[in-house]
Each structure stands twice: as C-alpha cells, then as structure tokens.
Design a protein around this ligand. Structure first.
Ligand SMILES: Cc1cc2nc3c(=O)[nH]c(=O)nc-3n(C[C@H](O)[C@H](O)[C@H](O)COP(=O)(O)O)c2cc1C
Length: 192
C-alpha cells in the first residue's frame, strides 16, 4: 500500500493567520503519525469570483484545475477555515465552487469529493471557535457528496492557544486535534 497522503488547506491568506497556524499544527501532527502531508496556501491558486459567463467564455481557470488535481493526489483533505459573519469566508467557498466546476476526462463530476474523506477545523478569537463556519463548511462539503469525518475542531480563544513554538498548549485542544487527525487518517486508510 502506498504512503498515506493528506492535504491541509488553510482558509486564510492573512499574515499571522490563526487558521494557518492551526493548519501548521495539524500538519505537524500528521507528519508525527507518519503521514506524507502537503500544506498549501490558497494564495498559490488565485481565482476570480465564480461567474458563469466567465466559465462559458474562458473555461474553468487553470488554478481551479490545479487545486482539484492537488486534492486528487491526496487520500484525505483537511480544511481549516476562519469564520466570517457566521459562515465560511468567500476565499474558501469560491475555491470549492470552482473545484466543483472542474471536469477531468474519465471522471464523473464531483468524483474528487466522493473518493476521499474531508476533515474540518476552525480557529477564532472568541469562545465559539468558529463553530458556525464549521456547520456551514460541513453542509457545503456534504452537498458536494464528500464524506466529512464526524470529529471536528473549533479552536476557541485561538490567540491564546499556542506556545512559543506555535504548538497548541492546552491539553483539551491537543486532544481534539489529535482525535481529528487520527480519525481522518483512519477513514482515509479505509477508503484507499
Ligand atoms: C469580515 C469578518 C467577519 C468576521 N466574522 C466573525 C464571526 O462571525 N465569528 C468569529 O468567530 N470571528 C469572526 N471574525 C473574526 C475572525 O475570526 C478573525 O479575524 C480571525 O483571526 C480570522 O482568521 P485568520 O486569523 O485565520 O485570518 C470576522 C472577521 C472578519 C474580517
């Protein structure tokens, strides 16, 4: 069996992003578990806001195709999203919208979502930890026919959650992250 490969996608481009830091902490845990982990930035896949006329005129942008193929070369995907106005940021939704429009030859539409499990996490400065963004993201991914693992992590008071090494410092957060990482690994292995 080939090595398990997990893709980690932070949903923020902001310098010092709390979600990018959580994505980095998660990537570290995947690596400790012996997984081949790839952590990308959506900044490397810039996309226009989805517009059907643009798709008709110019097709699906190359970056959407590249992002979809990046997902397709991994056995599982973790998305770490900020919460904006009780939902997911446009950056995350727009990337998913474009990826759903990619149709590679010999594939049915949405195959990339169906063939691998997804896990979701969020980080926020407040008490709820972005849990409403997670509810929205779970709904969006489910609509794409993705299996989203039951565990999730809503990291509350995320500004205070990391130590000097940028690792989570509170035992409950560490436990929740490990449970999420473990579950994505287990489900991805079962679907390989
Ligand atoms: C437009 C906007 C809306 C926001 N709405 C929420 C919200 O609904 N819930 C929340 O917990 N934080 C909200 N925030 C605060 C973000 O969670 C906070 O800025 C967070 O640090 C963003 O993630 P990042 O650090 O990964 O960039 C909002 C921030 C912005 C810019």
């Amino acid at each position: 069996m080939s090595a398990l490969k997990i893709l980690v996608i932070p949903g923020s481009l902001r310098t010092g992003s709390l979600n990018a830091r959580l994505a980095a902490a998660a990537a570290h845990e995947f690596a400790l578990a012996g997984v081949e982990v790839t952590r990308i930035s959506l900044g490397d896949f810039p996309l226009p806001i989805y517009d059907g006329d643009l798709q008709t005129k110019s097709g699906v942008p190359k970056n959407a195709v590249n992002l979809k193929r990046m997902m397709a070369t991994h056995h599982g995907v973790l998305i770490v999203t900020p919460e904006y106005n009780s939902s997911v940021p446009a950056l995350v939704k727009n990337a998913i919208d474009w990826v759903t429009r990619v149709h590679d030859a010999h594939e049915t539409r949405g195959q990339v979502f169906r063939e691998r499990p997804f896990a979701i996490a969020a980080a926020s400065e407040n008490r709820l930890g972005g849990i409403r963004a997670l509810a929205a993201l779970r709904l969006i991914l489910s609509a794409c026919q993705a299996s989203v693992v039951p565990n999730q992590l809503a990291l509350s008071f995320a500004g205070e959650a990391y130590d000097d090494m940028d690792r989570l410092k509170h035992p409950a957060d560490i436990e929740a992250l490990n449970a999420l990482v473990r579950q994505l690994i287990d489900v991805a292995q079962a679907m390989m």
